[in-house]
Design a protein around this ligand. Structure first.
Ligand code: HMG
Length: 483
């Protein structure tokens, strides 16, 4: 695995001072900082930089790569994707006297909000299993999570890319695709990026640049996240043929899609509350927690059997802000109590500890958020000399309001060698803290002096502006490598 994050950084403590938000709340709920892309970069330059790092750090032979799968929701081109990344990487490899990526390379792009990276990973795994004939695949997840200034999402921004090598003989972990759980259900207006919003004069009036703020609704998003990750987890449990409570007892590390620090903790509390409700009854811990939360145990057990139609209910109630209804009200109330319980705190301390603190520096990286957390987890395990050989892990991906994947992973015995080359901390080391003026100007697309010259990374050199009958490159970016 290899990571790239842009240098411009917003410490959330500073952001709280600028915006009057509570630092106590933000550090507990969101994290410590996020990155903003510099004006010279986009999702493709970040992806290409991560891919080049992967090739360099692991001394890969570019001729052996048969698939380059890009997961992103920040594409600027609605026609091509991964091939743009390939174009950059090829030129730099050639300049360094190395062979280009294989001429037979497949270059698909996968889009489903933050889950696009996991879908890309599944594609690469199927490629490796079925038709790679000894070749390898690279999956690269790259995104820019940006929200309007002054919106509730502003604290959950971020930018970065993670590249992963996928091969038949993995060096870090095996992915148990046969037992992965999938879930999807159309959720209408949650996390959408419709073109039509760009033609509305009220949309992001302040932004004087190309921007991509999503259409989102805080509470509805949270309901959708909990419901969908829970569904995917259930589907995985069913395929594994194990009870959820037994799975939680045996798994060594859990990684989730993380829009901000607290969301995975809420998801795990929800999963744990359902596991208690489904355990053989009477169950003392479940009964006690239900009593403390003031919810009827039978009601929670009933909700576990529900298959809520979140969007159907939203439509039925008129399709407006108040129509977003909590689909599992009793379980969510119980989960709030679960979060405070010693048993859950123990679960967090032993199952959700790897890389968790380091990930607080990242912000939301959309498709790259989950792989970046996994990368942090492996590097921290190595740094702390934690033994992970043959450990069972789980990665729970999520995207927009509609889909999730719960994927079992198993650490390979020789994981340390590959973990030593991730360079998570060195990727984060290059950083320049922005002042309020710099942050706001950068966000609004105004010219601003920044002290973060591009180094050892791909950049946008210029944007084409020809729109003639014989030749057109209007809006097409040309890239180069800044040494
Ligand atoms: C996430 C929100 C809604 C938060 O916005 P907010 O206004 O901060 O929300 P809140 O005031 O309801 O507070 C959130 C939680 O903080 C707690 N809290 C309060 N004070 C404290 C304190 N001092 N110490 C500890 N905790 C504190 C508070 O109690 C509450 O917990 P809850 O009651 O819900 O369990 C906002 O940032 C937002 O709208 N963000 C964008 C949407 C988002 O990230 N949604 C997440 C799910 S959707 C997703 O993951 C997909 C995504 C976003 O990645 C994109 C994609 O797929 O493309």
């Amino acid at each position: 695995m290899a990571l790239y994050v842009p240098q411009p950084r917003v410490p959330l403590r500073d952001w709280c001072e600028w915006t009057g938000n509570s630092w106590d709340k933000v550090q507990a709920v969101v994290g410590r900082s996020f990155r903003r892309p510099a004006p010279y970069e986009d999702a493709y330059t970040m992806a290409a930089t991560a891919v080049l790092r992967l090739i360099r750090n692991y001394r890969l032979d570019p001729r052996r790569i048969g698939q380059l799968a890009l997961g992103t929701e920040s594409s600027k081109d609605n026609s091509a994707g991964a091939v743009i990344v390939r174009g950059m990487v090829d030129r730099e490899l050639e300049r360094q006297g190395l062979p280009r990526l294989s001429r037979q390379l497949e270059v698909p792009e996968f889009k489903h909000a933050c889950l696009g990276g996991i879908y890309a990973l599944k594609s690469a795994l199927r490629y490796a299993a079925f038709d790679a004939e000894g070749r390898q695949a690279i999956v690269v997840c790259s995104d820019i999570a940006e929200y309007e200034r002054g919106s509730t999402g502003e604290q959950t921004q971020g930018a970065g890319a993670v590249a992963m090598l996928v091969e038949a003989e993995p060096k870090l972990f095996e992915v148990d695709l046969a037992h992965a759980g999938s879930a999807s259900d159309y959720r209408g207006p949650d996390f959408r990026k419709p073109f039509a919003r760009h033609f509305d004069h009220e949309y992001a009036e302040r932004g004087k640049r190309l921007h991509d703020f999503p259409i989102f609704s805080g509470k509805y998003s949270t309901f959708a996240y909990l419901d969908e990750t829970g569904q995917a987890f259930d589907a995985m449990i069913e395929r594994l043929g194990i009870s959820d409570i037994d799975f939680l007892a045996s798994v060594r590390g859990m990684f989730f899609h993380r829009p901000y620090h607290m969301m995975p903790l809420q998801a795990l509390a929800f999963i744990y509350a359902r596991a208690l409700a489904r355990a053989p009854q009477p169950h003392a811990e479940f009964q006690a927690l239900c009593e403390q939360a003031g919810v009827p145990a039978e009601g929670v057990r009933d909700e576990c059997r529900n298959e809520p139609d979140l969007f159907g209910e939203f439509l039925r109630l008129g399709g407006h802000a108040e129509a977003a209804q909590e689909p599992h009200p009793l379980t969510t109330k119980l989960a709030g109590m679960v979060r405070k319980s010693p048993a859950f705190q123990q679960l967090l301390a032993t199952r959700v500890h790897l890389g968790t603190d380091w990930a607080m520096e990242l912000g939301n990286l959309y498709t790259a958020a989950l792989p970046a957390w996994i990368a942090a987890g492996f590097e921290q395990a190595l740094a702390q000399d934690t033994e992970l050989a043959n450990a069972q892990l789980v990665a729970i991906g999520y995207g927009s309001g509609d889909a999730a994947e719960s994927v079992p992973l198993k650490v390979v015995p020789a994981w340390r060698e590959a973990a030593a080359k991730i360079n998570f901390r060195s990727a984060l080391a290059a950083s320049v803290d922005l002042s309020q003026h710099q942050y706001e100007a950068l966000h609004d697309g105004k010219h601003v002096e920044l002290d973060c010259p591009a180094r050892d990374q791909f950049v946008i050199a210029r944007t084409g502006d020809t729109y003639e009958t014989s030749f057109q490159d209007l809006g097409v970016d040309y890239y180069e490598f800044a040494q």
